[in-house]
Design a binder for this molecule. Structure first.
Ligand code: HAM
Length: 419
């Protein structure tokens, strides 16, 4: 039997309802905030990611699905979407229409990490990015929107972690201070961090190896080395979040795993996912557009781990297993023909209807109605049809009423949409 590839999973019919609910909620919220959808290719030139995410990051060093195509061009299955959004902004000169672009995109990403619960090699992200705005007010607006999505999805076990990573003016001073500190604890660092400490010292703060975490417990923090402009920017983000009543905690260790970040960085963490605590992450990347050949425009955005969010929402949603409004238990050939007509007519009015064209008896049909979580069952046999009636059973109260076939669509419409 051929199985799916390790780390690549199917999202089964019992799970897709939650995915659709999340997507619907996110899209309607983002559109209320003035975001437009952008759809991007899954394959990009490898260079796009090495130049944006950074050559010395885990993603670029170890996790990308990269291959030479038949002509020998290096191609990568995107590990994230921000770089592609920036590429599209530059390539299609979206900035010439309006430098401010508020974009969202939803789709699969690929990273060859070690698979475990909440960590897959193909996973999906919901991204929202604001390009062309420097104001810290937009940072607060974006984080508010993200927190609002969690609120709408009734996800409460989450906390907002916030940090600032400074800018090209203040970062070098901090990097030096960090390198001086790391030189003192070199022997305690893992082999990867021994290399990172010279090439990309910030990454050491991000290392998941316990010994490294302990070694850097007292390392200097960027937040203590911010220049006056970054300090003021960060202060406005924090004040605005307080005014918007978004709870957050300052996380001095939060550096994120990608190199393009500047200033505000944040993560939404949860206690409900075991080791994979980050359900969303993002921040400013004020230098990225220019470094990829575009205009000097600032930007900020986030990505939600769709698979992780779906797991949290599903866990809190045990009883909401889909469900339908009406199941038509049609007994006999005439009844089945009528059931087809009725279920098509009711679907037009948004009433979720299911029928069964097999030759099951009433007991079997009622079992199926139960399994589908039907709110009501319409029982119609050829005999009842001849008498011009059908029976409507409310599955929660078990009450039954007799309905006239004449005008039955209108009767059902008013009964089933009244609640
Ligand atoms: P990231 O932190 O690498 O950021 O990923 C964002 C989210 O994607 C994570 O918080 C996590 O929920 C989910 N995720 C990452 N890797 C996996 C995986 N292997 N399996 C399942 N879920 C995963 C970015 O990708 C940035 N592009 C975010 C951003 C947008 N920054 C600015 N704009």
């Amino acid at each position: 039997m051929i199985q799916s590839i390790r780390g690549f999973k199917d999202i089964l019919p019992g799970e897709t309802g939650v995915w659709q609910k999340i997507e619907k909620t996110a899209v309607s919220l983002f559109e209320d905030f003035g975001f437009c959808e952008i759809r991007l290719p899954v394959l990009e030139h490898t260079e796009l990611f090495s130049r944006s995410i950074g050559k010395d990051t885990d993603i670029v060093e170890k996790e990308m699905y990269t291959f030479a195509d038949r002509k020998g061009d290096f191609i990568t299955m995107r590990p994230e979407a921000t770089a592609s959004i920036v590429r599209a902004y530059i390539q299609h000169r979206l900035y010439a229409v309006d430098p401010v672009q508020k974009l969202y995109t939803i789709g699969p990403m690929f990273r060859r990490e070690r698979p475990q619960k909440g960590r897959y090699r193909q996973f999906s992200q919901i991204n929202a990015e604001v390009l062309g705005v420097d104001s810290p007010l937009v940072d607060a607006e974006l984080i508010f929107m993200l927190a609002e999505l969690f609120r709408r999805l009734l996800v409460s076990d989450v906390s907002v972690h916030l940090n600032s990573l400074g800018c090209p003016k203040c970062r070098p001073g901090f990097t030096k201070a960090l390198q001086r500190f790391l030189a003192k604890v070199t022997t305690q660092l893992c082999a990867d961090c021994q290399k990172r400490k010279d090439k990309n010292p910030l990454r050491v703060l991000d290392c998941k190896v316990l010994a490294c975490r302990e070694a850097v417990a007292d390392a200097p923090a960027m937040i203590d080395h911010l220049c006056a402009e970054c300090e003021a920017h960060f202060a406005t983000v924090k004040n605005s979040l307080n005014n918007l009543k978004v709870k957050f905690e300052i996380d001095r260790r939060l550096v994120r795993g990608l190199d393009y970040y500047t200033r505000t960085t944040f993560e939404i963490q949860t206690g409900s996912l075991g080791a994979q605590s980050a359900v969303a992450g993002g921040g400013r990347y004020d230098g990225l557009i220019e470094s990829l050949g575009g205009p000097a425009q600032p930007a900020i955005g986030f990505a939600i781990g769709f698979d992780r969010l779906a797991e949290i929402v599903a866990a809190g949603n045990n009883n909401a297993a889909g469900g339908i409004d009406l199941f038509i238990a049609a007994l006999g050939e005439k009844a089945k023909t009528a059931a087809l007509e009725w279920s098509c007519a009711l679907s037009i009015y948004g009433i979720k209807t299911e029928t069964d064209y097999s030759d099951k008896g009433l007991k079997g049909l009622m079992k199926r109605a139960d399994r589908l979580g039907a709110g009501h069952v319409l029982i119609a046999g050829d005999k009842e049809l001849d008498e011009g009636v059908a029976i409507l059973r409310d599955m929660s109260t078990k009450e039954q009423v007799s309905l006239k076939i004449e005008g039955i669509i209108d009767t059902l419409k008013s009964k089933l949409t009244a609640k």
